[in-house]
Ligand binder design. Sequence first.
Ligand SMILES: [Zn+2]
Length: 84
Amino acid sequence: MEATELDPPDDEHDPEGSTIAYERAQVSALVDQAKEDLKALDVAAQRVADGTATTCDRCRGTIAVERLIALPTTVVCVSCADSV
Ligand SMILES: [Zn+2]
């Protein structure tokens, strides 16, 4: 980042590759996604702490352990997920 600020490449006239702005937007999107993932994992950890990790948020039924292993951040059972 420092180097790019001191010596910005001429991205407007570089026929190769994408622009710096485009790459920054991509990185920014990845960071946003990582933040969302972290939030979902926090929720999942809290559900485990509360003992509600296997309780469906929608129907209050049981979320199969196999589903939680495959999708640790899910909060609904497979039936509710299918009916969305
Ligand atoms: Zn459900």
